[in-house]
Design a protein around this ligand. Sequence first.
Ligand code: T5A
Length: 219
Amino acid sequence: MTASLLRHPRFVSLEGGEGAGKTTAINALRDALRARGNDVVLTREPGGTPLAERIRALVLKPDAEIAAEPLSAEAELLLVFAARAQHVRQVIQPALRRGAYVISDRFTDSSYAYQGGGRGLDPAWIADLERRAVGLLPGLTLLLDVDVAVGRARANGRDMWPDRIESEQDDFFQRVRAVFRQRVGEDPGRFRLIDASQDQAGVATAVVAAVDAWLAQES
Ligand code: T5A
């Protein structure tokens, strides 16, 4: 069983609260890396494999029978880590081994932010799961940071039926944002903070520029 964390230089994650604009930015980043001749795998969490996508549906959009049973914070954490353990072994590690770049829409930082900050679970427990069940850290993490009210207004404009987590109150998302920002301060070498209050094109440009600068620094 893995009990340490390996930081991989071709593994990039994008993080942020609801409506930060990761989807547009991540597509621009994939296109930019491919245009430079790289093999790029784009994936997401929770999810990324058939089993992990089933877990995602259980956590975010359960059917009526399962939705009637309250999901404990502890079960939620273990479900996202079960999905991640599978995702890492089935998709991320094989892609990195063959030389591809992997870009993940969310990774373990989201568990610290949502289950740690939002739900109030002990970050030491999350760190233990991270070492034992995952064992992998992105070399670069882009945090798309935007005011909670702005991000929620964007997400609400798109989603007619909010999922379990989108249905939380503003104070939950304020705690999520606070933990994301705290993690930037704790690991400035891995994180780049992107101002996601700009328009979509501006966010995408800032993301691609941050990755270009990081690649230049690594080579
Ligand atoms: N989760 C995940 C956990 O609780 N624990 C974990 O460990 C993990 C991995 C994932 C959920 O799971 C939780 C966190 C999440 O709640 P998701 O559907 O992937 O679910 O949720 P998000 O990642 O938050 O997806 P969103 O779609 O809400 O956010 P995005 O991708 O950041 O936003 P995007 O690009 O889809 O944009 C949302 C809307 O805003 C507009 C877009 O057009 C779109 O309509 N928009 C902008 N409008 C103006 N200006 C901009 N700059 C804009 N950027 C986007």
